[in-house]
Write a protein that binds this ligand. Sequence first.
Ligand code: SF4
Length: 355
Amino acid sequence: MNQQLLIHDLTRAELKQVCLDLRQPAFRAEQIWNWLYVRRVTAWDEMKNVPAAFRKALAEAWSLSPAAAVQSAGEQGAHAARKLLLTLRDGECVEAVVIPAKGRATVCVSSQVGCKFKCGFCASGQAGFRRNLQAGEMVGEVLAAARELGATPSHVVWMGIGEPLDNYDAVLKAVRIVNDPSGLSVGARRITISTCGIIPGIRRLAEEGLQVELSISLHAPDDALRSRLMPVNRIYPLADLIPACRDYAKKTGRLITFEYTLIRGVNDTAEQAKALARLLKPVHARVNLIPLSEVAEFGGRPSALTAAVLFIAVLERAGINATLRASKGAGVKAACGQLRASRLGDTTGPAKTDS
Ligand code: SF4
């Protein structure tokens, strides 16, 4: 493991303190921040307005390399999704997905190497948990996406490998760094944190005073089915999760998105749509329906289009805004875990449809 500290782990205020501790003026931190996040240099020597002796001192203590991109997979075309496999300083690898679209570009970042939560349809959960990512490593994913895109992503979503609210402090720090208006400057409303339903994290996030979007992986309208698909539901059941979401929406004034993967004959009937509408009635919510990515180990199949259309109609009749999301990137192994799994020699792992 590289013993140097990672410069991208620092907020702008912390970088300023580092400069002051090394008897440099405060404006030096602004210069370095600009080199890191506006010009996005990858070598200390490129920071031309920083004195050479100070650059040397920084280079001895601080690493400028959160991750190296070793592989990218993608379809062709200006709006094609691309998946980046990044190697971290200790040799672990993690994925980020870049999703360009007309007028916007989204990067989907990972928050952990692996995941503890073992959702049935997810490669990350099956592969087990290795470690949390540092804030700077997540910032590094955004920087890698910016290099791939040739521009700063307009949107950042924490929907990659891992459960963001299980790595709360590092994720929130990365959010603040990515959001900093002097650097990458991704607006809070363009940042989404997606969770499988970690209630203490949702309640904590409500108190942060941030305008970030919250997305909940729901996938079932009742406890029995949700516990089967997502074991985390046994710890945080719907009777506790929904009030936590309602309180979050009330406190922040933000709409919550519920992700719901449609699985044929499992969770896609009209009765289940009605149950979902009843469940979400107390929450300021919208529902994002996702076609299942077919995977061998899970064995589920995507819903028929007619079932999906009926499901949406039931929700909309109940006054809940619902959309059927195109599974963009499925053709490039963009479902969580697959690229990493194939590098580890397992090309058959199930895909995560969302976090
Ligand atoms: S869906 Fe998210 S929370 Fe569930 S196992 Fe996969 S990464 Fe973990």
